[in-house]
Design a protein. Structure first.
Length: 173
């Protein structure tokens, strides 16, 4: 996530990428954690339920061995295909915990970007709307519709960085 403060200073938090640094910002983050529920069910550590049956259907797995094969071949996109199940089963205790954790992660990212808590917040991407109810209430009051998508934001940050470099090079001459 990135923001520009009132002095036009760019702050970046998170965004290191899958699997370790896309906290609550991608379907892959949710899907990776959802598959842990399925592993527990297949191990007998949790009872079979509707969510685990849906996860089996999405992975095409039938048992532990076939899930391991899926896991060995899974990439960020494959994990992201599991994210909609977390929202669909939001009343499941494990899914509810994941969504609450996602809300806390969003809160941490926002706090790192805006320690003063003064800037508006815009969630972007395919999970922005489904995540809204799980964002802590104090942050929801600051939420605004995004002006553009995340790709447009990244392009704007790149333009500003290039402009700053060009300006600095011109001043150094």
């Amino acid at each position: 996530m990135a923001s520009l403060d009132e002095k036009r200073v760019c702050r970046i938090s998170g965004g290191y990428g899958f699997p370790s640094g896309d906290e609550a910002s991608s379907g892959a983050w949710l899907g990776l954690r959802a598959v842990v529920h399925l592993q527990r069910v297949l191990d007998g550590r949790a009872p079979e339920d509707g969510w685990s049956r849906e996860l089996l259907a999405r992975t095409g797995a039938a048992d532990r061995d076939s899930l391991v094969v899926w896991l060995c071949n899974a990439n960020q996109t494959a994990y992201a295909t599991l994210a909609p199940t977390v929202f669909a089963f939001r009343d499941h205790p494990d899914a509810a915990r994941l969504l609450a954790q996602a809300g806390r992660e969003i809160e941490r990212l926002v706090a790192a970007l805006d320690p003063a808590g003064a800037l508006p917040i815009a969630l972007c991407g395919g999970l922005a709307v489904p995540y809204e109810p799980f964002v802590p209430f104090a942050l929801r009051e600051r939420m605004r519709a995004p002006r553009a998508d995340s790709a447009a934001g990244a392009l704007e940050l790149a333009r500003r960085a290039a402009s700053a470099r060009t300006g600095a090079a011109g001043r150094a001459r």
